[in-house]
Design a binder for this molecule. Structure first.
Ligand SMILES: Nc1ncnc2c1ncn2[C@@H]1O[C@H](COP(=O)(O)OP(=O)(O)OP(=O)(O)O)[C@@H](O)[C@H]1O
Ligand SMILES: [Mg+2]
Length: 354
């Protein structure tokens, strides 16, 4: 009897311990489940947008995460099978005794689950930490600092691109060229603003290549800002175009402060014309602004943006209008019938025939 009581007591204690242990495991299992969801989201993003994750380290991490996700799934399956098959509430006394005896086996079965779960948890935490620090070091919260995503690359507009079928905008060009050429105007930053596709970049390019611009400035630079904003890259690009002779050494300057100071001083000494195409956010402009000696130099900056909020007292806002109906027709004809339109006389003939 005493032995039975003793064994019973021991078993009861064991049961309490076992329950604690199982609860511990179930908490851990829930955490693993949460981690698993995060991992799945991350892996889905890697598959959907591989360009964003092309750092070798990220790829290694992705491979490790895939492994750990499989391990976690196995643990969850084992936990589900063990926990459901062994736990029943409405059992008889005889079955309870039997259950006590089984507890030892159950503890034994669940132990590896708990151990593996713990190992997975710490492994995932380690990976998450290292990925977090990698994201921070890009300064962007993005997972890649070496390549822009394809949307950004498609949006890149270059100074040398030629507008084949340009129409209208004569007044805008005339007005902006006179503003850019003005000497000693305190508001040396001009912003072309308007909705997407209106022709801001096309107009900026016309100004950039205008014959008067080439004669009025000692140096020019054209830079396209992307949504994945990297101020260091933007300033480096501007500097490399303005100071062609220092191109190699500029590549080595990666500190934002240093780049800002260098560009600021260069523009004070040299009369520069800079175009920054496609600024997305006011904050982006605020970060770049200190590099431009707005009130203390003859250098000029032309911005294009969809965002009207990127404006300050020191900035001249040039709102772009739609093409007129006639200009729209002219553009349509040029695009739809390019060969015919090149000869004015023939165009009329074809239009009449149509
Ligand atoms: N005056 C114009 N004559 C002929 N084509 C034009 C004219 N303005 C714009 N386009 C054409 O319209 C398209 C969009 O122009 P653009 O890229 O300059 O727009 P945007 O305002 O800079 O747009 P986003 O805000 O997306 O940068 C281009 O293909 C361009 O060739
Ligand atoms: Mg544009």
């Amino acid at each position: 009897m005493e032995i039975v009581q003793l064994v019973g007591g021991t078993l009861r204690d064991l049961l309490i311990e076992e329950v604690k242990f199982l609860y511990g495991v179930s908490d851990q299992v829930e955490e693993v489940e949460r981690d698993l969801k995060t991992i799945h989201c991350f892996l889905k993003d890697v598959d959907a947008r591989p360009n964003r994750y092309d750092l070798t380290t990220i790829r290694n991490h992705a491979a490790e995460l895939k492994d750990v996700a499989v391990r976690a799934e196995i643990v969850l399956e084992k936990y589900a099978i063990d926990a459901t098959s062994e736990r029943q509430d409405d059992i008889t006394l005889k079955e309870k005794l039997k259950r006590y005896v089984c507890i030892l086996c159950e503890c034994f079965n669940m132990y590896p689950v708990g151990k593996e779960t713990k190992a997975i948890r710490s492994y995932v935490a380690e990976l998450a930490d290292s990925m977090k620090s990698m994201c921070t070091s890009t300064g962007e919260g993005s997972l890649s600092n070496t390549s822009a995503n394809s949307e950004d690359l498609l949006r890149q507009r270059y100074a040398h691109e030629v507008e084949q079928h340009f129409v209208g905008m004569e007044k805008d060009i005339e007005h902006l060229v006179s503003l850019v050429k003005l000497d000693n105007d305190e508001r040396s930053v001009i912003s072309i603003c308007g909705m997407g596709g209106l022709g801001k970049t096309t107009l900026a390019r016309k100004i950039y290549h205008h014959k008067d611009m080439q004669a009025s400035f000692e140096a020019r630079a054209w830079v396209c800002i992307s949504q994945q904003f990297r101020p260091e890259t933007v300033l480096q690009e501007v500097l490399m175009q303005i100071l062609l002779e220092e191109k190699e050494s500029i590549k080595n300057i990666t500190n934002l402060r240093e780049l800002v100071m260098k560009l600021y001083h260069v523009q004070k000494q040299k009369k520069c014309f800079v175009v920054m195409d496609d600024i997305w956010e006011r904050n982006h402009w605020e970060i770049l602004k200190p590099a431009f000696p707005i009130t203390e130099a003859n250098s000029r900056l032309l911005l294009t943006t969809r965002n009207e909020n990127i404006a300050s007292q020191q900035l001249i806002l040039h709102k772009l209008d739609f093409l007129t109906e006639d200009q729209g027709w002219e553009l349509l004809k040029k695009v739809a019938l390019p060969e015919v339109y090149s000869s004015q006389g023939q165009c009329v003939c074809v239009c009449v025939c149509v």
